[in-house]
Design a binder for this molecule. Structure first.
Ligand code: UDP
Length: 214
């Protein structure tokens, strides 16, 4: 069941299965921006109108923080907290499963049938200090054999380096793009660039790459 609530004037979307909903969106080629709302972001949005506007326009805003869950409880809404890093991990697992499934379906096709419709879901990690996203990607690749990493980029590229990076992203069209630049930089960056991969799932993941890299 889909429900939407308001926290300090910002939307919160409640779904039974966030990652399942997102994978369905990908299947329908519907692009998506996921925002992980916590108390700090809510306070920032009170003064940062660009950030508030992006949160209002996001396709999915999840209750990431305990403060958000507590606030909703005060208004009688019992909801489960959904930490962004856990949602990101669930998306990676489901993407890997999807790839393994479509691979085995593909191998069962006879040679007369064109190898078809379901390309692998690929993932891009953007953000963090040099090497962090690469180490995080390597860790996940080891854990999930079905995972397809399209590429990685550290979050400290210069203004001169950015155009080439944007071109790469546009060429690769990774279906899942995690951006770990911190709040609100990652939200502003996604809003400014999501048109480059309009059918992709874009999600700000904060310091998740640091945690995955260990
Ligand atoms: N970061 C980055 N580029 C920048 C500034 C920050 O890639 O110009 C990265 C930083 O290395 C860290 C993440 O952004 O991995 C911010 O993590 P934090 O946990 O502070 O994020 P938040 O608490 O805002 O979710």
């Amino acid at each position: 069941t889909d429900r939407q609530f308001s926290v300090m004037g910002l939307p919160i979307h409640l779904r039974d299965d966030y990652s399942g909903w997102l994978l369905d969106r990908l299947d329908q080629r519907l692009g998506c921006h996921v925002v992980t709302l916590n108390a700090e972001m809510t306070m920032q949005a009170e003064q940062n109108f660009a950030l508030a506007d992006i949160i209002h326009r996001a396709d999915l805003v999840i209750p990431d923080g305990a403060g958000i869950v507590f606030y909703l409880r005060l208004y009688g809404k019992r909801v489960a907290r959904c930490p962004g890093i856990e949602l990101a991990e669930s998306i990676l697992r489901k993407a890997a499963q999807f790839n393994l499934r479509s691979e085995s379906l593909g191998s069962k096709q006879t040679s007369t049938i064109e190898s078809s419709s379901n390309p692998a879901l690929s993932v891009f990690f953007f953000g963090g200090a040099p090497d962090v996203a690469q180490i995080a990607a390597d860790q996940w690749q080891k854990q999930l054999s079905g995972l397809t990493i399209a590429g990685v980029q550290n979050g400290y590229l210069s203004a001169q380096e950015e155009p080439a990076f944007l071109k790469t992203l546009q060429t690769l069209q990774p279906q899942i793009i995690f951006v770990g630049l911190g709040v609100p930089r990652q939200e502003l960056w996604i809003a400014a660039h999501r048109h480059l991969c309009p059918q992709s799932l874009w999600m700000g993941v904060g310091g998740s790459f640091d945690i995955w890299a260990g």
